[in-house]
Design a protein around this ligand. Structure first.
Ligand code: SF4
Length: 219
């Protein structure tokens, strides 16, 4: 059963109620249920006042079980990059979290499957349109970058991240903060040295009053 139609997924205007209605529609979506390993459990956090949008890949198993996005070691690493506590990170009045695929897509040989291809075209345009205060969008991992940047992506993920100026000021492309990517971080030391400080600065500017909500530098 589809929980949405093309008319119901397009907000008439960017109002808090339009976003609330959309969020309910997204949270009850079953469009690709036949392709998922479990009953759909869309995981997203949106608010009409959010200024930062975080777009990741798709929920992993732990996030699927808890319903809390980035509630895993990848989320811990992301918060370290951002210099945020969990409380700051989960302040939905300031930070929206919408993955490329809203539901856990399952795993193959212990690797997460890609986000379902139906999901981002269905939910991102209307949700994004209903959050007019978003100043900065973090594109975390290749799937988010493919959807939002298309041909503006580099040849590799490292190329895309290194060329962050090409997609500023709207986006910051980032690698996935998964502990599995340790080797990537080791091979690309410029990321932690140059991109992470830029990320904190730009997130701080996107959030209120020139800081990132009182976020502290954990280092
Ligand atoms: S992955 Fe996306 S399209 Fe598929 S059921 Fe979940 S919310 Fe709907």
């Amino acid at each position: 059963m589809r929980s949405s139609s093309s008319s119901s997924t397009t907000p008439a205007k960017a109002s808090p109620q339009a976003l609330a209605d959309l969020a309910v529609q997204a949270q009850t979506c079953t469009v690709c249920a036949a392709h998922l390993p479990h009953a759909p459990r869309p995981v997203l956090r949106v608010s009409p006042t959010a200024r930062l949008l975080i777009v990741g890949q798709a929920p992993g198993r732990r996030v699927h079980e808890t319903g809390i996005p980035w509630n895993d070691p990848s989320g811990d690493q992301l918060r370290l990059w951002l210099g945020m506590t969990r409380e700051q990170f989960y302040d939905v009045s300031r930070i929206a979290i919408v993955p490329t695929g809203l539901c856990y897509p399952g795993t193959v040989k212990s690797s997460d499957l890609p986000p379902r291809p139906e999901c981002a075209p269905l939910w991102h345009p209307p949700l994004r349109a209903a959050m007019p205060d978003i100043r900065l969008t973090l594109l975390i991992g290749a799937y988010a970058q493919a959807y939002y940047l298309g041909k503006r992506r580099g040849r590799t993920l490292a190329d895309t991240v290194a060329a962050w100026r090409d997609v500023a000021p709207e986006y910051v492309p980032l690698p996935h903060p998964s502990p599995r990517n340790r080797l990537w971080f080791k091979r690309h030391p410029w990321f932690e040295a140059e991109v992470v400080p830029m990320l904190r600065e730009r997130v701080g500017a996107a959030l209120a009053a020139g800081d990132n909500g009182g976020a502290r530098n954990p280092s």
